[in-house]
Design a protein around this ligand. Structure first.
Ligand SMILES: NC(=O)c1ccc[n+]([C@@H]2O[C@H](COP(=O)([O-])OP(=O)(O)OC[C@H]3O[C@@H](n4cnc5c(N)ncnc54)[C@H](O)[C@@H]3O)[C@@H](O)[C@H]2O)c1
Length: 430
């Protein structure tokens, strides 16, 4: 069997999830040909990891201005996009125009215009886009889909969903490029794309109308000043003012973070260790969203990024009962430790309350691995032998679009103080 060939754009923290899989358990089916990034230090470091950790041959490296050359020279079957969110559409679209399929990290993109461009490019080229929604594959998430699909609580009428990011992982978005809303669309797009995708997947419907409010009430210099903080700094590494700040992340005492970010700064000036209490943050840390779905179900959703634990609580109300789920996840600093434990499941329980019967606990097999155990199953779906999936968990560009449109509509709603109709944002294919 001939191997499927890949190139990867964006060799930062998330990239190893994909190239490490190709270089290890999927060697028989897949081959990595090249890296592409704006930063050659980071590409060289990724090649070092390939060699030292996976004993895999070095791959070619191309700076991002040579993306077309890379495709013309290597003719890969598929481009994996793991770059900064605001650049995803550039590579997704160009890859398809040059005849490749695409696997992209979430969020597929950050605003409605770019989303439309991707949808149009798929129509024009006939190529495939996969969005790597790992959370769908976590066994407890698939179980909720199964319960709802099987009619356990009848038709879902409303959903109450609260997601908690804690002071470790939640704070990390305020140190990195995500702190600038132009880069990732804010947490309602960058992070909530996972959560809104899950709701679409769970209830089998799509968002119709969105109303949202959001604010920054904890991070940022002004909020810290109000709490009496007087010592400030721009970046933590090498700054004495950062000592004693539980939110400070220094790069020189973590070998991996140093090699990937600190040593690479000379080329792009990107600082991964910014203070969460410095100026210049343009994303919200406290968000609340109301959604009406096409099925007429209503969602109330909240996301906070500075809480004492990480995970979520959700309740689905239906015409025949109610499902409640409580999930605790392992917190992490992005790429700061064992990647397999990023967002690993700490505990989950799903309770079913039939309208007139005894409540019971729904059983499922807990899985190991990142993102609630979804990461390893997703990898098998991407790079392994095809398997039938009753739950259709493989997400395409339409799923990718629907999952970001709730957040994109929420951003418009926050800015304009009005309810936003999702169908007015993009034209879906007929
Ligand atoms: N599914 C998940 O659970 C999950 C987890 C983490 C990250 N991600 C996604 O992975 C992507 C990368 O995130 P990360 O944490 O690795 O960030 P990162 O900052 O570690 O890496 C981003 C990389 O993109 C590169 N880049 C920046 N501008 C570029 C350009 N114009 N062209 C090409 N490359 C460019 C940077 O140099 C860097 O190497 C994001 O889209 C993020 O949402 C997904």
């Amino acid at each position: 069997m001939s191997k499927k060939t890949y190139v990867l754009v964006g060799t930062g923290g998330r990239a190893e999830f994909f190239y490490g899989a190709i270089a290890s358990q999927f060697r028989e089916t897949s081959e990595l040909l090249a890296f592409c990034d704006i930063n050659t230090v980071r590409m060289d470091y990724s090649n070092r990891i390939l060699k030292e950790k996976y004993d895999y041959p070095q791959v070619k490296t191309y700076t991002s201005d040579r993306f077309d050359d890379m495709i013309h020279e290597l003719k890969p079957d598929c481009v994996i996009v793991t770059s900064v969110d605001r650049t995803h559409h550039l590579y997704i679209i160009r890859a398809m125009e040059l005849g490749c399929d695409v696997i992209t990290e979430k969020p597929m993109t950050t605003d409605a215009v770019k989303c439309q461009e991707i949808i149009d490019a798929v129509e024009r080229t006939g190529r495939n886009v996969r969005v790597s929604f790992n959370y769908r594959y976590a066994p407890h998430h698939t179980k909720i889909r199964e319960l709802i699909e099987d009619g356990t609580i009848g038709d879902v009428t409303s959903v109450h969903f609260e997601w908690l990011l804690n002071t470790k992982h939640g704070a990390d978005y305020f140190r990195r490029w995500h702190r600038d809303k132009r880069n990732g669309g804010g947490l309602l797009v960058h992070k909530s794309t996972h959560h809104f995708d899950l709701v679409n997947f769970w209830i089998g419907s799509q968002p119709e109308t969105v109303f949202a409010m959001g604010d920054m009430l904890f991070y940022g210099r002004e909020n810290a000043e109000k709490r009496g903080v007087t010592k400030f700094y721009d970046r933590a590494t090498g700054n004495p003012n950062a000592k004693g700040d539980p939110f400070a992340l220094t790069l020189d005492d973590n070998e991996h973070l140093k090699a990937m970010y600190l040593d690479a700064e000379v080329e792009d000036g990107y600082r991964r260790d910014q203070s969460v209490f410095s100026d210049g943050i343009s994303i919200e840390d406290t968000m609340s969203v109301t959604v009406r779905y096409k099925s007429r179900a209503l969602l109330t959703y909240s996301l906070n990024a500075y809480l004492p634990w990480e995970g979520y609580r959700i309740a689905f109300n239906g015409t025949k009962g109610r499902i409640e789920a409580n999930v605790v996840e392992q917190s992490y600093v992005n790429s700061g430790g064992d990647k397999a434990l990023e967002g690993a499941l700490q505990g989950a329980n799903i309770l079913v309350f039939p309208m007139f019967g005894e409540a019971y606990k729904a059983e499922f097999e807990e899985a190991e691995g990142g993102h609630g155990g979804g990461d390893p199953v997703l990898l098998n779906d991407l790079f392994g032998e095809p398997v039938d999936d009753r739950f259709n968990r493989a997400a395409n560009h339409i799923d990718g679009a629907r999952s970001i449109l709730t957040g994109i509509a929420a951003n418009i709603s926050i800015a304009q103080g009005r309810a936003v109709k999702v169908d007015e944002l993009v034209r879906m294919p007929k």
